[in-house]
Design a protein around this ligand. Structure first.
Ligand SMILES: Cc1cc2nc3c(=O)[nH]c(=O)nc-3n(C[C@H](O)[C@H](O)[C@H](O)COP(=O)(O)OP(=O)(O)OC[C@H]3O[C@@H](n4cnc5c(N)ncnc54)[C@H](O)[C@@H]3O)c2cc1C
Ligand code: FES
Length: 343
């Protein structure tokens, strides 16, 4: 009779480039990793932000909630799963961007805000002075914590190429959002702020041919970081950079973009597209959604890097696939939120 009740056994989790860890029955990959001191990236722990996404390289998992709502079709095709929603059904091997490639050492650094600069009506640049330099790949992000917000860290992408012991973030205000409202309305120079990172697998890959960069809203941050670094390294691939914003008042960093364009080693086309600019304004550029212009403007792209709100990325990905564009790769950074699931 007792043979009917098989006692569940712990399984082994291998995190590529990091080590092997025991996962108890009913534990998730994330909770087992954190329990054993691994700096596994996370934010919400409830399947709502995708910060804990990792690639399943071997073995089987049971998913507690469907990841299909939060991960892109590309991620799902490539066996990405959510660490906080996956229990082990066998020994499992995963790859975690920022940890497994060993490209940058993950650190937790307590720094202070050096400056807060308004970029647009609802977005600020927060510059943070750290006690030591932080190395990261342009395009990656950090988990940011401040003492006054106890509901957990939030993810923010580095907005520049690495520059020693200062890091910059662009933080767009989300109505009712704890950290983004704090950053936009009350953050001040001198306040304590903890940066944990770098994390993420959004960074420039080797390749040839034309690159399409797509950014929406604060998705500008990692795209600018990638472009700034690529310019400094004299990458000579042609670039089309389509930047979606609501109105002219939401277009930020125009001087930075102009400087990158004028120093770029190949051809560089910057195409801002406004979705809510008043009809009678003096705007002479394109109006609509970024996806309206992808087939026409990006007919020869080989790789796409895109960052912004999930609905924009989903639409762009579908458009690229429909037109057979970007066959060498589509790399996305989805600014998902703790409870913001593809709204
Ligand atoms: C990898 C990654 C990188 C990111 N990088 C950046 C970045 O560089 N700059 C940046 O500004 N943000 C970035 N984000 C989003 C950021 O982490 C926060 O989710 C965002 O700032 C909101 O946090 P909050 O504390 O203000 O809101 P919360 O207090 O967590 O949420 C409050 C409410 O707002 C809603 N909400 C939150 N976000 C949105 C949204 N975008 N649209 C509609 N409703 C929303 C939630 O559903 C919730 O009801 C990134 C996210 C990820 C996963
Ligand atoms: S930490 Fe897993 S989805 Fe947010």
């Amino acid at each position: 009779m007792f043979g009917l009740f098989k006692s569940a056994k712990p399984h082994t989790l291998t995190i590529e480039g990091v080590g092997e860890f025991t996962v108890n029955p009913k534990e998730t990959i994330l909770s087992a990793a954190l329990r054993q001191g691994v700096r596994f990236p996370y934010s919400c722990k409830v399947g709502g932000c995708a910060t804990c996404k990792c690639q399943l390289k071997g073995g089987k998992v049971k998913e507690l909630t469907s990841s299909a709502f939060i991960l892109s079709a590309e991620d799902l095709d490539n066996q990405f799963i959510l660490g906080c929603q996956s229990q082990l059904k066998s020994d499992v091997t995963v790859y975690v961007g920022g940890l497994s490639d060993g490209s940058s050492e993950v650190k937790s650094l307590s720094g202070e805000i050096a400056a807060v600069e308004r970029l647009t009506q609802d977005m600020v640049r927060v510059s943070v002075k750290l006690p030591e330099p932080l190395n990261y790949l342009p395009g990656q992000y950090a988990l940011v914590s401040v003492p006054s917000i106890t509901s957990g860290p939030r993810s923010y992408s580095f907005a520049t190429a690495p520059k020693g012991d200062t890091v910059d973030f662009f933080i767009r205000e989300v109505p009712g959002g704890e950290m983004s409202v704090w950053a936009n309305q009350s953050a001040k120079a001198g306040e304590n702020i903890t940066i944990d990172g770098p994390y993420g697998d959004f960074y420039l890959r080797p390749g040839s041919g034309e690159m399409l960069m797509l950014a929406g809203g604060s998705g500008l941050a990692p795209v600018l970081a990638i472009l700034e670094d690529a310019m400094a390294h004299k990458i000579d691939r042609d670039v089309i950079f389509i930047y979606g914003a609501r109105t002219q008042a939401d277009l930020s960093c125009q001087e930075d973009i102009a400087q990158i364009a004028s120093n770029w080693s190949g051809a560089f086309r910057f195409i801002p597209v406004l979705s809510e600019e008043p009809e009678d304004s003096d705007w002479e550029g394109l109006r609509g959604l970024v996806t309206d212009f992808i087939p026409e403007k990006a007919a020869a792209v080989t790789q796409t890097y895109m960052c912004g709100p999930p609905p924009m990325l989903d639409a762009a990905e579908a458009c690229l696939k429909e037109h057979n564009l970007s066959n060498d790769g589509i790399f996305c950074d989805r600014f998902t939120n703790r409870s913001y699931n593809n709204k």
